[in-house]
Unconditional design. Structure first.
Length: 197
C-alpha cells in the first residue's frame, strides 16, 4: 500500500514545530520531507536535515527544471518541496509529512490530491499576538505585518485550504493527544505506531 502523505500548515506562532517534534517519535515509519529554501540557516539548522539551503539562482534553476512538487515565496524567501525526496520515500514505503504554508498547500494538492491536510491554529488572535511578543524577535512594525499576514493566512486556510483536520493549539498536551489521535486514523500510520517505539 502506498504511504500516507500528511501536510501540516499553521499561522506562525501556532506552535506547529513543537507539536510535530513531540508527535513524530511515536511514528517511526513517518519521515519529514526536507524542503529547499533560500532563507539563511538559523543557528543549529543543518543543511539536508532541516532544509536544503540554496541560493536564489540555484532555487530558480530547480523551478526551471521542474524539480519541485510546489514552491512559494514566504516572507520574501523561496520555499519548495523537492520531487525526488518525496518519490524516493514513497518508493521506500514510508509515510511522509510536509510543512507547507497555506498557499503552497493548494499547489501541492494538485499533484497529490490524496494528501491529508492538518491545520494548526492558535486558540485566537489575541493569544497569537501574545506568543509573538513573548518571542521578542519582532519589532512593532514586523509584529503588525505578521499579525496581518496571519489573519489573511487563517482566513484563506479555513475557507479555501481543504484541511481535513483543524487543531486549535491552546494547551500543548491536549493538542499532542489530538494530533496522535488523528494520525493513528490513517492505516499505515497506525501500524507504524503499533510496531513502533
Ligand atoms: P521557516 O522559515 O519558519 O522555517 O518557515 C516559514 C514558512 O515556510 C512556514 O509557514 C512553513 O510552513 C513554510 N514552508 C516550509 N517549507 C515549505 C515548502 O517546501 N513549501 C512551502 N510552500 N512552504 C514551506
Amino acid at each position: 500500500m502506498p504511504g500516507t502523505l500528511i501536510v501540516f500548515s499553521a499561522a506562525s506562532g501556532a506552535g506547529k514545530t513543537t507539536l510535530m517534534n513531540r508527535v513524530m517519535p511515536s511514528f517511526p515509519n513517518v519521515v519529514y520531507s526536507v524542503s529547499a529554501t533560500t532563507r539563511k540557516p538559523r543557528s543549529g539548522e543543518i543543511d539536508g536535515t532541516h532544509y536544503f539551503f540554496k541560493t536564489e539562482e540555484e532555487f530558480e534553476k530547480m523551478i526551471e527544471k521542474n524539480e519541485l512538487v510546489e514552491w512559494n515565496k514566504v516572507h520574501s524567501n523561496y520555499y519548495g518541496t523537492p520531487k525526488s525526496f518525496v518519490e524516493q520515500k514513497l518508493a521506500e514505503g514510508k509515510d511522509v509529512i510536509f510543512d507547507l504554508d497555506v498557499f503552497g498547500k493548494i499547489n501541492f494538492d494538485k499533484v497529490y490530491p490524496q494528501a491529508i491536510g492538518i491545520l494548526i491554529l492558535p486558540p485566537n488572535l489575541e493569544e497569537l499576538e501574545k506568543r509573538l511578543c513573548l518571542r521578542k524577535t519582532e519589532t512593532e512594525e514586523t509584529l503588525r505585518l505578521r499579525m496581518e499576514n496571519a489573519k489573511k493566512e487563517i482566513d484563506f486556510a479555513l475557507n479555501k485550504g481543504k484541511y481535513q483536520h483543524v487543531i486549535y493549539n491552546e494547551d500543548l498536551e491536549a493538542a499532542v493527544i489530538e494530533l496522535e489521535g488523528i494520525m493513528v486514523k490513517y492505516s499505515s500510520l497506525k501500524s507504524s505506531i503499533q510496531s513502533g517505539s
